[in-house]
Design a protein around this ligand. Sequence first.
Ligand SMILES: [Zn+2]
Length: 75
Amino acid sequence: MAGQYEVLPCPFCEKGQITCLYFPSVISVKRTTVGSNRSNTPRKSSEAWIIQSGCSVCGKSADEVEKELKRKEII
Ligand SMILES: [Zn+2]
């Protein structure tokens, strides 16, 4: 399975560029449309993000950036 590279702005300083590997959900691509009353909330949990780098501007590590991005529900 190949991911795709995405560049996100740093969640701390918004100046740095965070390189991420993004794996779209490939397991449940087909969404059944039975029960069409369900609100169509995107399921972020089925996707996977791998933070490849920290921020070179404010010096946050990849781990810190990942936690902050998740806390802000960006990823
Ligand atoms: Zn930063």
